[in-house]
Design a protein around this ligand. Structure first.
Ligand SMILES: [Zn+2]
Length: 149
């Protein structure tokens, strides 16, 4: 765990999001699935946006997706990220449901720095898979690695 990673802001974990983060610690990507209408949703929230049910389960995802969009953030950046610029931020659409989109970084290895993939090599629609980087005792961040199409 590098100092830059440790200095980066950590996600807020509450009763709604805790099951998501407990899963990532196990190396699993899980999404809320409404047990009334079946709709998957992300980010985690108490109520189904489709049928307003509060009943849900945490369904295991394949961890496969495609790059839906990406950006190269420009200054001003958070101090923890300044030495790593330029780096990519990708939006990944999960294979299970095109409405499930996650923001993260495309990296070359699970624990690699966020600037190790040249943004010029990233393509919209390229297939990726999730990996997890342990950044705190209770946080493993989902990140993305390119896979052959
Ligand atoms: Zn529902």
């Amino acid at each position: 765990m590098g100092e830059m990673v440790a200095a980066a802001p950590l996600p807020k974990i509450d009763s709604v999001t805790a099951p998501f983060w407990e899963a990532t610690l196990r190396g699993e990507l899980r999404m809320q699935a409404c047990t009334s209408c079946g709709r998957l949703r992300f980010p985690p929230r108490p109520m189904c946006p489709n049928c307003q049910s509060l009943e849900h389960e945490w369904r295991l995802m394949s961890g496969r997706g495609t790059v839906w969009s990406f950006v190269v953030p420009h200054p001003p950046l958070l101090p923890a990220f300044m030495p790593l610029a330029p780096f990519n931020v990708v939006v990944v659409e999960l294979d299970e449901d095109a409405t499930l989109r996650m923001v993260g970084n495309l990296v070359a290895s699970p624990d690699g720095p966020i600037n190790e993939v040249d943004p010029a090599t990233i393509e919209i629609g390229q297939p990726v898979r999730v990996v997890f980087q342990r950044v705190a005792d209770d946080v493993a961040l989902p990140r993305w690695i390119a896979v052959a199409s």
